[in-house]
Design a protein. Structure first.
Length: 99
C-alpha cells in the first residue's frame, strides 16, 4: 500500500500480531514514512503505542451495544487531561497490565 503512495492510507491493527520488539521496529518505520510522505492516515488500533503520536485520536465506545459512537477526540496529551475520561482510563489499565 505504501509503494502506491495513496492519498488516504488505512492501517487496521497493523502491529497487533507482532511481538514488542517487532512492533517497535514496524511502528518506527510507519512513523518515518508518514512524516516524510504527508498524507491522511487512519490508524485503527487497540495498542497505545500505535496511536500515541497521532495528530488526533478518536476514542470510540459501544457502551449501549447499539453501535459505536465517538466518546472523546484529541491528542494524547489532551485526552490524558480529562479526569475520568475513557482514554485516560484505558491508558491506566494498559500501564497496569504492562507491569
Amino acid at each position: 500500500a505504501l509503494i502506491r503512495k495513496p492519498r488516504l492510507l488505512i492501517l487496521d491493527e497493523a502491529t497487533s500480531a507482532l511481538d514488542v520488539e517487532s512492533e517497535r521496529v514496524v511502528q518506527q518505520t510507519i512513523d518515518e514514512l508518514l512524516a516524510a510522505e504527508k498524507r491522511s492516515t487512519i490508524i485503527i488500533a487497540h495498542r497505545l503505542s500505535t496511536v500515541r503520536n497521532a495528530d488526533k485520536i478518536v476514542v470510540l465506545t459501544n457502551e449501549d451495544r447499539k453501535g459505536s459512537r465517538v466518546a472523546e477526540v484529541g491528542t494524547h496529551d489532551e485526552l490524558m487531561q480529562i479526569k475520568g475520561g475513557l482514554y485516560r482510563t484505558l491508558v491506566g489499565l494498559a500501564s497496569m497490565q504492562a507491569k
